[in-house]
Design a protein around this ligand. Structure first.
Ligand code: 13P
Ligand code: SF4
Length: 355
């Protein structure tokens, strides 16, 4: 990748092209690569064994150099693996934080370390920038559970009832909605509408969790997160029995029997903040596996129990695919302008509510 170092930043949407083969990065683990990435390895040494580092380091160095050359940023969700989250990401966070940062960036290219609906949200907020997703197949079971036509049918069934849509949905569904929400602001968004009844879609469990915290009547949809629905209250009670001191922290995409066992429930960033603020001696994060590794790097005194579940969609995003994205400028996320305009309004209403 040294051949790129002297190059002028490409800057500017129109000048971006795939790299010619002569400029393709060299991915050997050389002493120079080891030196250039040593400070990053120090960061993740608790969660990445030394034997794995030579496989990651050349990609990390190449990605970081190419980001600078292309004026690109990597936005990484809290579920990205530690070599992405801690070593190539420019912005990390939950869905709301990533959406907010996407709205602020002055980069020419956004590479989404996350799933397709997150990349679509970035594109909605940056219609003139190039938004890339390293694997187009990185979907989400919640986003797949509902279509724009389903929302129109709901509106017919409940005339006049506003529709609040979780960001884990396609642009098509957002376009049919009044306002979006994430797990970190759902109660606030629902109450901001000042009405007695709200349609909150598509996550049935998130809707139940919100309903328990507000007097607004909630009409839900039967969508589920395939990762969080696998946890059970019984499994958590067994952990608690084996170790009564363990703290259990859960994501609201889990069912009620799981949330009843939790000492705290919140968005992925809410969960991370809880661990950092409370420094429990032992904690169980009832969510996607990579989160525990990412927090372990920053909370060295906390022991993490890991009965986690993997999100197969998030795990499609890897360092080689991020590098490919930056080299070949793929896969570009596009949204039909007519849909984008209405979907953007739903996302912006949510973002503006938080200022
Ligand atoms: P957060 O907004 O809490 O990060 O949740 C996104 C997600 O997909 C959780 O499964
Ligand atoms: Fe979707 Fe669940 Fe994966 Fe989050 S963890 S992206 S909600 S399938």
């Amino acid at each position: 990748m040294t051949r790129l170092q002297g190059s002028t930043p490409l800057g500017g949407r129109k000048t971006q092209t795939a790299l010619p083969p002569t400029l393709l990065p060299d991915l050997a683990y050389t002493p120079e690569v080891a030196r250039a990435t040593a400070h990053l390895y120090d960061r993740v040494a608790r969660v990445i064994p030394p034997i794995e580092w030579p496989g990651f380091a050349p990609y990390i160095k190449a990605i970081n150099e190419l980001k600078r050359a292309r004026n690109a940023v990597v936005l990484a969700h809290n579920y990205m693996t530690p070599e992405i989250f801690h070593c190539v990401a420019d912005v990390v966070g939950d869905s709301l934080q990533l959406a907010r940062e996407a709205a602020k960036t002055d980069a020419d290219i956004i590479v989404q370390g996350g799933v397709h609906f997150m990349a679509e949200t970035s594109k909605l907020l940056n219609p003139d920038k190039m938004v890339l997703i390293p694997d187009l197949r990185a979907g989400c079971s919640l986003a797949a559970s509902i279509t724009g036509a389903d929302v129109r049918a709901l509106r017919e069934a409940y005339p006049g009832v506003p529709v609040v849509t979780y960001v884990n949905t396609s642009a098509d569904v957002k376009a049919e909605s009044d306002i979006c929400c994430t797990s970190s602001n759902a109660v606030r968004v629902v109450e901001s509408l000042g009405v007695k009844r709200v349609i909150l879609i598509p996550d049935e469990y998130l809707a139940k969790w919100v309903a328990n915290q507000t007097s607004v009547e909630i009409i839900a949809w039967k969508g589920h997160c395939e990762v969080h629905e696998r946890f059970t209250g019984e499994e958590l009670r067994a952990y608690r029995e084996a170790d009564p001191g363990v703290k259990i922290i859960a994501h609201p995409e889990c069912d009620q029997d799981v949330l009843q066992e939790a000492d705290f429930t919140g968005s992925t960033s809410g969960m991370i903040k809880w661990v950092k603020d409370n420094q429990p001696s032992k904690v169980l994060l009832v969510t996607e596996c990579s989160m525990s590794d990412n927090v372990a790097v920053e909370a060295p005194k906390v022991e993490f129990v890991r009965p986690c579940n993997l999100c197969p969609h998030m795990k499609r995003i890897t360092l080689p695919k991020i590098l490919d994205s930056l080299v070949f400028l793929k896969e570009e996320v596009t949204i039909d302008p007519a849909i984008a305009e209405r979907a953007r309004a739903s996302v912006e209403r949510m973002i503006n509510l938080n200022h």
